[in-house]
Design a protein around this ligand. Structure first.
Ligand code: GLC
Ligand code: MG
Length: 426
């Protein structure tokens, strides 16, 4: 959160399953569209928050399965755990608040008396969240009976039914909505209240997000009945909330456009970068554009034309070098020439390339050091390179005329290193 020195231009707070991530989209196209839009236009001055019902364990699992970006803030276990940055540093202040008036053992003891409830896996039982499965037909009656039981004992808890099968019991002050309210209050106290906030969800545990004052909201087209019903009963006349006509992450992009929250053309929707007009010239866009071209070139989705390579070389300084993750260094222009031999080598092989955490640091009046993680997914094979690029603006006084690549250096991330380096060009 400290990454930004001033208020975020946009803060997106999104649920994951069936909102940011579409489990019915085996190619992850809508997620990849969102990723490209975020890194090219928003990462440098906006905040990405994931708010999921999953525990940290299942959240980490999802990140391995899907091409997800790294959020600035991760809220897991239905708003009961708030963490910051890539290393998930916990917010202890939030833990303290939730500890007040919470008697976990008593909640477990009482709920075990309900045979309709089946405990979820051990990973999903958290310090401030106890979770069960319950049949849809029985959900309303059980929720009512549970409420009465807890009230009698003076236990102040919240019961949330989601996805037509999950029942979560949390402290009354917890939940995705309360966690967001806490976060907004904290940002405000630091003078960094985002200019706009967009909340995104599809199911019952997301409903609270839409009741936070001032925020824009999108219920994705595939939203569950329970959320649509909550909306019909509680927020029908709020013009800041829409039910998108597009699924999952594409619904989020649709909402950005609908509410005019900023650029909403994903670079993945631009078929030819040679005639692409920029809504917002920046380093992120330069990097996203390059790697997207690389993906399309190898999938043979762009024409095998020298014009493209010439345009890439025109954006490189003649003395620019490229340090391959194997350690071999060569001229950047030669590396681009070498791309001729890999045209179409991934045709029909589902190669996807995306970048994450593109962050520029200014190192001189018109030079920036841009760091990012570059991912490649091809079938089961998924690898990441930590990349550092030095880019300078063509015009010494403004970046509006675009950039020149001065240097690129890649290093394998974690255990990403392949046995055979020869198949890895960039
Ligand atoms: C996620 C969690 C589960 C929870 C559900 C609804 O699926 O893993 O524990 O019940 O979200 O909040
Ligand atoms: Mg969901």
């Amino acid at each position: 959160m400290d990454r930004l020195k001033s208020p975020a231009r946009l803060m997106i707070v999104s649920d994951l399953d069936y909102t940011m991530v579409d489990h019915h989209d085996s190619e992850n196209l809508s997620l990849l569209r969102f990723n490209a839009l975020w890194e090219s236009n928003y990462r440098h001055d906006s905040l990405l928050v994931f708010s999921t019902g999953r525990s940290p364990t299942l959240y980490k699992q999802l990140r391995k399965e899907k091409p997800m970006l790294t959020p600035d803030i991760t809220i897991t276990s239905v708003g009961t755990e708030i963490t910051y940055g890539n290393s998930l540093v916990p917010d202890d202040g939030w833990v303290e608040i939730l500890n007040q008036k919470w008697n976990r053992n008593l909640v477990i003891e009482e709920s075990s008396k309900f045979p309709e409830l089946t405990l979820q896996s051990e990973t999903e039982q958290r310090p401030h969240k106890i979770s069960f499965y319950v049949e849809k037909a029985k959900a309303q009656a059980v929720t009512k009976a549970l409420k009465e039981c807890f009230e009698k004992l003076g236990l102040d808890v919240k019961i949330i039914y989601s996805g037509g099968m999950d029942l979560d019991i949390l402290p009354q002050g917890a939940g995705k909505g309360q966690a967001l309210a806490y976060l907004l209050k904290k940002l405000k106290s630091e003078g960094k209240l985002p200019n706009n906030t967009l909340v995104c969800g599809d199911s019952g545990n997301d409903a609270e997000l839409f009741s936070i004052p001032e925020v824009y909201g999108v219920m994705v087209s595939n939203a569950q009945e329970e959320l649509l019903q909550w909306h019909a009963e509680n927020a029908k006349n709020n013009p800041k909330i829409i039910h998108a006509t597009e699924r999952c992450a594409s619904g989020i992009i649709q909402a950005i456009g609908h509410f005019s929250l900023g650029p909403n053309t994903s670079p993945r929707d631009v078929t030819d970068f040679l005639d692409c007009k920029l809504e917002n010239v920046n380093y992120g866009h330069e990097v996203v554009k390059f790697y997207l071209f690389f993906e399309r070139w190898r999938r043979a989705e762009v024409e095998n034309s020298e014009l493209y390579l010439a345009s890439l070389k025109a954006a490189c300084d003649p003395s620019a070098s490229f340090v391959h993750p194997s350690g071999v260094e060569q001229s950047l222009c030669d590396t681009i020439n070498a791309m001729r031999s890999c045209y179409g080598d991934k045709q029909g092989k589902q190669l996807r390339v995306w970048v994450d955490r593109v962050v520029p640091v200014q190192i001189s009046s018109h030079t920036w050091l841009v760091k990012f993680n570059k991912w490649e997914l091809c079938g089961e094979d998924r690898r990441c390179c930590m990349t550092t690029a030095i880019l300078s603006s063509k015009d010494a006084t403004s970046i509006a005329d675009g950039f020149t690549w001065m240097h690129v250096h890649q290093t394998w991330f974690d255990e990403s290193e392949p046995k055979d380096h020869s198949t890895w060009l960039f």
